[in-house]
Structure formats: C-alpha cells, structure tokens
Design a protein. Structure first.
Lengths: 319, 360, 478
C-alpha cells in the first residue's frame, strides 16, 4: 500500500524518511499529524468499524431480517459475480452513462463558472444565485418536477421542442432517451461544481492576464495557458468527485423508476443493482461484495488519475 | 467566454462612430443577454415548479388547461358553478356557461341573460375553447403550512445544517492544512484512506453505521447528523487541500521568518488566501446538509419534533395520495431562506480581491 | 479447504458478532434510558410512568402515512397511553418510499415491536421475523369465529399464525357518474347477475362500454374511425395503483391463477391469465380505453387517475375510500358510485382481494404488551376508518359503512356492492408466495413495466419468455 501510493501520487513528493519524529522533520511531522488528527479520530470512531463490518459481511449471507442466522460463506459472494447477468448489465449501463456525463458535466460547469465570473456580465451575483438554485430544491420535489417536465405529451421540454419544429421524445420510457434525460437532470445540479470552479478562478492573479495581453495572446491562448493550468487543482478535484459520484449514481435513477431500472434495464446502474440486492432481495452479503468490487475499481481509477496528475495539475505550494 | 482576459482594447477600424463606452456597453449587453437566455432555459423546470405550486389540483388534471396558473371562468346559475366556454353561434362567438354536457349537443346558459333559460347548442362541447383567467391558487401553500410545522422544521433544518457546517469547515481547514503543508510518515497512505471512505457505497455501511450510533445512544437525536462532521470529511478536505496547494510557499516562509508558528501561518496566511475555497466548502456543505433526506429520516424517525423540512416534505408524497402541487409549494417555501443565504455568501467570489496583491 | 474446528456457520456468526455486535454490546434498551427514550418519543408526548413498558409501533409498510391519517393515529395512541398506564406506546411513521430500507437498517440492532398495517405481499417479506401469535390469541380469548376462516388462513406461515386478520379490501368498479351522463349511457350493474343493456356483464361488455366512454379532444369516442388516440381526454377504464404488477392485471381481467404450478416448482402463466393480460394490453395499446404509463404520468404522476375526473370506470379496492372525495380543495369527481365486477374469461367473477394486518416482530422484549397493543389496533374503529379498512371482524362492518356514509354524504354509495364482491376473492392471491420471492417479484415488475410502456409487443411470446425467466429464478431457490 505504502509504496504504491508513493509512486501513485508524485504530486506529493515522497517525504525523506530519516530519523522519525526528531529534529526539524520530526517537529514538522508532529505538527502535521496533529493537524490531521481530527480526521484520524473521526475515522477510527465513525468510519472504520462500518467499513470493516461491510468487508466481513461480504463473506457472509447476512440478511438484515434474520441477523441471528448469519452464516460465513467464504468467497461465495465474490465467485457469484462471475455468473451474474445483472452485474454485467449494470456495469455496462454505468460505464456508458459515465462516458457521457463526466465530460459533459465538467465542461458545462466550467462554462457556467466562466460566464458568471465574467467581468463584463451585469448582475453576476444574481446569475450565480440563479445557477445554484436547483441545488436548494429538496430531492422529493425536484424529481416530481423533472417527471413533469420530461413527460411525453404535457412536459414543457417536449412542448418547447415542438414549438421549434422538433419531434417530441418519450424521455423516461424510451431506453435510448433515458440516459440523455438523466444527463439533463444531472446538469441541473452543477451548482457545487460551478462554485468550486469559481473559487478556483479567484486564485488566478489578474496580472497574468495583463502580461499575456502584452505578449499579444488571444482569448483562447490565455484560457489554455493561464486559466486552465491555474485552476487545474480544482479541475482535478471536480474530476475525481464527479467520477466517484457517477459510479455511485443512484438517487435520481431510483426515484424516477421506483428502483426498477426501467425502461428495459437501462437505468439499472451499478449502485441501483447493489441497492436491490441489499434492500429488496436482502442479500446484504452479496451487496457488500459488490460494493467492494466497485470500491476497488474506483480506487484504481483514482490512483491512475493521481499518477497522471503530476503532468497537468499545478500545485504551486507543494514541496 | 474568457473575454475577461481581454477587455475591449482592440482599436476599432478607423472612422468607427462607436466610442469606447459605447463598445463596452454593447459587450456588457451581449454577454448579459446571452447569460439571461441560458439561465432562462436552465431554470425552466423551476418555472414549471412554481407554476405547479400555484395551480389548483383541478387545473393540473384538466385537459387543455393553460401552462400558467389559471382558474376557469365560471358562472353561478341556481347555486351551482358552471365553466364558461367560447361557443360559436350564428350571432358570432358567445361566452356561455356549460350546464349539461352531452356528446353531440350541450345545454348552456348565457351569463348575460340567464333569464332566457337553458340554450341547447348542437355540436361537440369538447372541441370548444374554455375560458381561463390568470389566477394564483395559494391553497397549496396554506395546506403545506397547516400540515407541517414550518417554523419548527425551519429551525431544525437550520440548526442541523448550521452546526454541522461549522464543524465541517473548521475541521476540514485544519486537516487540509496538515495534509498540504507538512511532511509526515504515512501522509499519502492516510490521504488515500480518507478518499477511500467516500468511494465505498454508503448503502453497505448503513446498517453497521446505524449500529455504531445506536451503541452510542445517539439514535433519535441530532448527534449522528452533526458530530461526525466535526471530524472532517473527505470531500471538504480534498477540496481545501487542492486549493492550499496553489498558495505559494513563499508566503508561509516569509511568515515563518517573522517567527510565526504553524497555527499563526494557518490563520494569517492560508485562511485569508483560501477564503473563496472556504466559502465554497461552507456553502457546499450547508446546502448538502439542508437537503439531506435519508439520514435524518433514519435517525429522527418517531420524533417529528426534531425532523428537518426535507423529511417533512415526504408526507406529501405518500403512497396513495401524492399531492404534487403541495410538494412544490412546500419546496418553494423551504427554498426562500437558502436562496438568500447563498446570495449573500457568494459575494466572497469577487474577482481579484483576494489575490490582487500577490505577484507570482 | 476448511480445516478449522469450528463449523463455517460459526465462523461467520463470530466474525459478524465481533464487528457488528461488539459495537453495541451492553446497549440493549433495557435499563438504558438513554437509548430507549432517545429512540422513541413520537406521539406520546407525556412522560411515561417509570414502570411503563415501551412498545414502538412502526407505520409505513402499507397505508397510514397520508397527511390526514397521521394525526388520527397520533390521537389514538395518546388515548391508548392514557388508558394503559403500564404500557407506553410510541408511534413511528416513515415515508412508504423508504420504509423497507429504513426498517432493514434498524432490524439488526433496534427493531420496533409492532409493524403494520401491512399487506399480504409485505408479510411474505417479513414472515420469518414475526412472532407466532397462536398462544397469545388463545390466552387473550380472541373469538376466532368472529372472523371468516379463510382470512385466518392468509396469515398462516409454516404453521405459525403471524397475524390476526384486521382488514379486508375487496375490489370493485368505482365509476364517475358525470361521464356516463355525458355519454348518455346507463350506470353499470350494482348486483351480481344483473345485465347491462341486455348483455351479460362480462369483460367483453365492459370493453364495448369503455370504448364508448373513451373520448378524444374532438369529441369522438374510441369506436369512431376518426378517434385520435394521441389526444384522449377521457378513458373508459383503468385499474389504478396496480403499478406494474402483471399478476394483478392478470387476476383482474382473467380471474384467479398462479405463476407457480401445483408441483410447487414449475413456472407458468395459466390460460385465463394469458387471456386477461391480453385484454389489458390491447385495452391500452390497441383499443385505447385504458391509459398507458406515459398517459398516466401526464394526468397524475402519482397514479391517482380516478380523482382527475378523466376515468369513467376504475377497478380499485375498498381502501380507496381513504383517498377519494371528500378531499381538500375542489374535487373534479363530485358524484361517483361503485359497481360489481364482471364475469371473467374463466366464467366466474373475481374480486382481487387485499388484506391488512399488524404483526409483532419476534425480537420484541415485551410480547404480552405488544399483543395487547395489536389487539387494540385491529379493533379500533377510528383507525380502521382512517385507513378505509373494512373490518375483518364481521359484526363491526355495519358501523364501518355507517361511518363512511357520514363522510361521503350527501352521496349515497351502494356498499352492498362491496359486501357482494367479498364473496369472490382471488384464490390463490395475486400476491401469493413465489419461490425466491423478492427476485421473482422484481422480475414480474420489470415485465409489467415493459407491457405498460411499450406498444406493439407480441404479448403471448413475451409471456413465454417471462415464464422462462421466472423458471430460472424459481430454480435458484433450490
């Protein structure tokens, strides 16, 4: 673990390990550990036991309704994965969805952040507030809204399409259109990402733009060579977070389809399948095994991204 | 979109009648117009939501009803209300009240001359246009207000979200500082472990987590929704760490030469420089906590007096009597405060204020 | 592979015990006021006397979560607590959307004592965790003869009596009088055996009637060649709240049946069910007198279609009286009544039956007190009326209907229809046991969704494919 992480995260150059915790390095290590200690305590108190428990449960046939009848089944849950069509289906659905949603969401959030940060935009405060508003609607309400907006005959989206001469689409019942529909719903929630990009844009010194202008750089060039590198740390953050969120995609798919994966299994995302195993079929052991499978895959992806980070993520304050 | 980098400095062709303020005005108008159009499309569902909230239950299910909140024009005849339709007759289009609909004919009353009695009109009433007039129906709002204890639930939501945000931000600043500015053995491993906590789907840790809080005696209280956030979560720490890493080291070192210890560097260098990110984390966490639904439901069930709004709204979504107009009305009411909070807080993102003095 | 002295079963139990139960060792509610009071609260705002036994009643797996029902339940719990100083009853109401997940989360560590109201299907899920009530029923001297024998059998599971029948809900046709008046058609029969316009009251007759009641925006009914199926304003028939349950549809339109053959292992879709499902499917996609899923979403996303005034006849259960006029605001349906179900393709009338009860989780620490509460709930007229629950106890029924009459006045609903339909229950139940129940149920749901949303299917071939899939799921049960 230690060695892989060290090479995987060149952004954090490996600390030279001389005599532990003595001398200036020792003092620094003690300070660092002290600042990090709240998380360590919290992890040990609130996260470690549940995580370990789920790993143990993945080796059992745990059914929450019959907790006393739990049996150890070894690797049976993991072996079952090799012969589970729902797992294959849900993995493919999730991958396909991630390929659309991850780039789309990042690009849209960045675009909106640039727009509402534009010095020539009048009423920036209001626009920022407006673009953030969807995140302030409780999920129970926003799903009902989207079911209404996306309805095939009365939904405003189709009424709009018809008004400009396009055919209407059965967004939620057509296996092809349901992913674009969910992606559209996802775009509605870019508020946080926009906010984080905005914070990143604040860290770009205006002087850099002035200098670039003197050098005769165009808009694209200064975006490409100043803005992007300077916000790359938060871009990296958003990328990792949206990736994790997409692989755990669940809530919208669950409410829109009542957890069934309609239409035609196209919304049976990995986590929805996991949820069904856990709370509809009560195969909590198998669900835990699925969770750890997802864990390994996403952690692997994250590590790969961290490995590439050194090449494109600017970290001026690191050492 | 990156025009921010290039204010209008390029000289216009000679002889252009436009002066610089004029050009600037056009640029502002253009961008603002574009943003307005984009946000209008973006918020279309919100308009739908508002329109729904102000509609009566009757309107939502009446065929041919307008998209905006309206009520049918009616006429009261002998104590009963009847809807008014536009009826084509030999004397032109008449506004008559439909008293008795049939398939191939219908009986109307002329509101201008009710004394004339029922008029039988031959034709299909379903092809006629009904008269609607704009009208906001507030009953969904009053019903939401009556069923939910709004002041109480607002207080609960605000208290839970507020307290957990305080804890989340303080602890995240502290932990992110540790991860980004100090070298210590196992740093990378710990950081990865922290990320790992958000990679494992929460569905499979739900039961053991509940067991932990139950063992602590916290079930039925706000504690499981607040206390854990005082121990830093990965989302916030990761973001702040990313941001802290962009703050030049020279600033810390200058402060260190002045004899500042780690705490003072955090307070006087890092925090001021990272204010936009800290504000982002604050808002991010606050609104997450504001809308969190399942965990408050699990830990506060059976104790309606402690529940936040998100859980209360679920009452209008029950299995056999969903009330979409009331859900939307309640959600709009619940939104008012967060929107104001956000509007005030986002002023922190004023370009250049923070980094203006930093020459890099 | 395994050499250890402990049997594998033990190892699993130990591993889980170490991690899970170690976390909550010594925190069982007994003698730990912090945990038990924290977990309760709820309706009983008054502090319980020191020696009172805590009983938690969990609502959310069936009816009981409507905004109008909650205050009535709270009030009744309050009354119970005043009358029973030795028991402190608390009420937990959880959104039905998430109740199953929530309950599963609580069961291993902090289970409630009583769950319900809960239907037949729900009991399949929790049956093994429920207390056998046989001894308590005897000890409390419950009069078994006050309830029909067939209803007792519904709650027999592996020789255990897991519930006392509390409420029964026959299904019948709710019809909207205004839409019949507009079409100039007589109302459907209220008596079994009565004819309709000289025809026997069969689903064929209903089809013809429903098509004449189905109207588009131009005023054409579904029998007209000019009828526009994309602009329907009124549908002749629906079976609302059946969601995507093909077993329910097959039973309504085809009569009693089972997906499980008599041998208990073979999957099937009986002929009368095939015919019934074909009737339903064609009603949606060919003859257009039944709304499809997208059409339902357009008029009422929650599926309460009858209440929109755009459904002429709707097959729903007795419990629908919980959620129909009088409700808040101006109801589009102000004049309605109920009619008997027609004869199905199997030559008999079948009224799909729902039944509700409350159960006691076997993990309860105070079974006697819990049973006392259960016995009180199942015979409480105020609760039963709030749930629209026709009492299983026969001599309580007149009072129940009288209370409904009061509520629906000045309408005079012909409750005799409900009594008649009670005589034609679906046996076996459309919610009956299937091997590997949850997964089979989910597969049925997927199949139902497909029929509900997809035009132009070759239905009988689809059924064959589905039966094959069910067989695979049944076989896995081993």
């Amino acid at each position: 673990m230690e060695t892989t992480t060290d090479t995987a995260m060149p952004a954090l150059s490996a600390p030279p390990r001389r005599r532990l915790l003595s001398g200036p390095e020792g003092r620094e290590a003690i300070s660092g550990l002290a600042f990090v200690s709240p998380w360590i305590v919290g992890f040990l108190t609130f996260s470690a036991i549940p995580m370990a428990a789920s790993l143990v449960l993945s080796l059992t046939d745990f059914d929450p309704r019959r907790a006393d009848a739990v049996r150890f089944v070894g690797l049976a849950n993991y072996l079952r994965m090799f012969n589970d069509p729902a797992l294959i289906k849900s993995s493919l659905v999730t991958l396909r969805f991630a390929l659309i949603v991850v780039p789309l969401t990042l690009a849209f959030a960045l675009g909106v952040a640039l727009l509402v940060n534009h010095r020539l935009l009048a009423g920036r405060n209001i626009f920022r507030t407006l673009f953030y508003m969807p995140l302030q609607i409780p999920i129970v309400a926003s799903t009902v809204v989207w079911i209404g907006v996306l309805n095939v005959s009365t939904g405003w989206l189709n009424l709009g399409l018809e008004a400009i001469g396009l055919p209407s689409v059965d967004w939620l019942n057509n296996p092809f259109w349901v992913h674009p529909a969910l992606a559209l719903m996802g775009l509605w929630g870019i508020g946080n990402m926009m906010l984080i990009f905005l914070a990143g844009l604040q860290s770009v010194p205006t002087e850099l733009y002035d200098a670039a202008r003197v050098d005769g750089a165009g808009r694209w060039a200064s975006f490409r060579h100043i803005t992007l590198p300077m916000i790359s740390p938060v871009l990296f953050y958003n990328l990792i977070i949206v990736l994790i969120a997409t692989f755990q995609y669940f809530t919208q798919a669950y409410v829109i389809t009542n957890g069934r994966g309609d239409p035609g299994g196209e919304t049976l995302f990995f986590n929805l399948n996991l949820f069904r195993e856990a709370f509809q079929f009560y195969n909590m052991g198998y669900a835990s095994a699925l969770a750890w499978l997802l864990f390994v895959v996403v952690l692997g992806l994250t590590l790969v991204l961290f490995r590439t980070a050194g090449r494109w993520v600017y970290e001026g304050g690191d050492r | 979109m990156t025009a921010a980098a290039r204010p209008a400095v390029r000289p216009l062709p000679a002889g252009s009648p436009l002066r610089r303020p004029m050009r600037r005005f056009l640029a502002i108008s253009g961008i603002t117009l574009f943003a307005t159009m984009l946000v209008s499309v973006f918020l279309m569902p919100l308009a739908y939501m508002a329109a729904t909230a102000f509609k009566s239950e009757t309107q939502t299910s009446t065929p041919g009803a307008p998209l905006w909140p309206a009520k049918p024009e009616t006429f009261t005849y002998r104590g009963e209300e009847y809807p008014v339709f536009r009826v084509p007759t030999e004397d032109g289009l008449q506004s008559w009240a439909l008293v008795e609909p049939h398939r191939e004919d219908a009986v109307f009353i002329d509101p201008d001359d009710p004394g004339a009695g029922p008029i039988t009109w031959v034709g299909r009433w379903r092809t006629l246009e009904q008269s609607w007039s704009f009208s906001l129906d507030w009953s969904s709002f009053t019903r939401a207000w009556e069923i939910l204890n709004f002041p109480r639930m607002f207080f609960n939501t605000f208290a839970i979200a507020g307290l957990s945000t305080v804890g989340a931000v303080l602890s995240a600043v502290c932990v992110a500082y540790g991860f980004s500015r100090f070298r210590f053995p196992g740093r990378n491993g710990l950081f990865l472990l922290m990320l790992a906590t958000i990679i494992l789907p929460f569905q499979v840790t739900l039961i053991p987590t509940y067991a932990v809080y139950f063992a602590l005696g916290w079930v039925g209280t706000w504690l499981p929704l607040i206390i854990p956030h005082f121990f830093a979560n990965a989302y916030n720490v990761f973001l702040l760490r990313q941001y802290f890493l962009t703050i030049p080291r020279d600033l810390d070192e200058a402060a260190m030469i002045d004899g500042a210890g780690p705490f003072r560097i955090l307070r006087s260098v890092i925090i001021p420089q990272a204010m936009p990110a800290i504000v982002a984390v604050t808002l991010f966490h606050f609104f997450w906590a504001w809308n969190e639904y399942f965990l408050p439901l699990v830990y506060l069930q059976g104790n309606p007096d402690l529940q936040p709004l998100s859980v209360g709204l679920g009452r209008f979504n029950s299995l056999y009597s969903g009330e979409p107009t009331v859900i939307q009305a309640a959600a709009l009411m619940a939104m008012a405060l967060p929107v104001v909070v956000f509007f005030l807080a986002q002023r922190a993102f004023m370009r250049g204020v923070v980094f203006g003095g930093v020459e890099k | 592979m395994r050499r250890s002295g402990l049997p594998p079963r033990r190892w699993g139990a130990m591993a889980v015990a170490t991690v899970l139960l170690a976390a909550c060792a010594g925190t069982q509610p007994t003698g730990e006021p912090s945990a038990s009071t924290a977990a309760s609260g709820g309706a009983g705002a008054s502090e319980p006397p020191a020696e009172a036994v805590e009983i938690e009643w969990y609502v959310g797996l069936g009816t009981g979560t409507n905004p109008e029902q909650i205050p009535i339940q709270e009030e009744q719990v309050e009354i119970f607590n005043q009358e029973h100083p030795d028991i402190h009853l608390t009420l937990t109401v959880v959104d039905s959307e998430v109740a199953e997940q929530d309950l599963a989360t609580r069961l291993p560590t902090n289970p409630p004592d009583i769950i319900g109201p809960i239907g037949i299907r729900g009991l399949q899920g929790y049956g093994d965790s429920l207390l056998d009530l046989t001894d308590y029923i005897e000890a409390a001297g419950v009069d078994r003869s006050s309830i029909e024998d067939a209803l007792w059998d519904v709650y027999q599971l592996d020789g255990k009596q897991i519930g006392i029948p509390m409420a029964v809900y026959p299904s019948f046709i709710y019809y909207n009088k205004a839409l019949f008046d507009e079409a100039g058609l007589p109302y459907p029969p209220h008596e079994v055996g009565e004819q309709y316009e000289g025809e026997d009251w069969t689903w064929e007759t209903v089809r013809d009637l429903a098509m004449r009641l189905t109207v588009d925006t131009n005023g054409n009914d579904a029998t007209s060649p000019d009828f526009d199926p994309s602009a329907i304003e009124v549908w002749g028939l629906d079976a609302q709240f059946t969601n995507n349950d093909p077993r329910a549809w097959s039973t309504i339109f085809g009569g009693s049946g089972s997906v499980l053959a008599d041998d208990g292992v073979t999957a099937q879709w009986p002929d009368n069910w095939r015919e019934g499902l074909q009737f339903f499917y064609d009603g949606m996609w060919v003859d257009h007198f039944i709304p499809t899923k997208p059409e339902i979403d357009a008029i009422e996303p929650n599926g309460n279609t009858f209440q929109t005034g755009r459904i002429a006849m709707d097959v729903i259960h007795q419990w629908y009286t919980c959620c129909i006029y009088p409700a808040e605001g101006q109801p589009p349906v102000s004049d309605w009544d109920i009619a008997v179900l027609p004869e199905g393709p199997d030559g008999t009338i079948t009224s799909k039956l729902h039944a509700d009860t409350v159960g006691i989780l076997a993990s309860t620490e105070n079974p006697e007190a819990a049973f006392e509460v259960l016995d009180w709930i199942r015979t409480n007229p105020a609760l039963l009326e709030a749930w629209g629950a026709l009492p299983a106890v026969t001599d309580q029924r007149d009072a129940f209907f009288a209370a409904l009459d009061e509520r629906f006045a000045p309408l005079e609903i012909d409750w005799n229809v409900s009594i008649q339909m009670l005589g034609y229950p679906d046996v076996p139940s459309h919610e009956a046991f299937m091997p590997n129940f949850s997964e089979a149920n989910a597969a049925n749901g997927e199949f139902g969704s497909r029929l509900w949303t997809t035009d132009g299917l070759e239905l009988q071939a689809e059924i064959d494919a589905h039966v094959e899939r069910l067989q695979g799921i049944f076989d896995e049960a081993g």
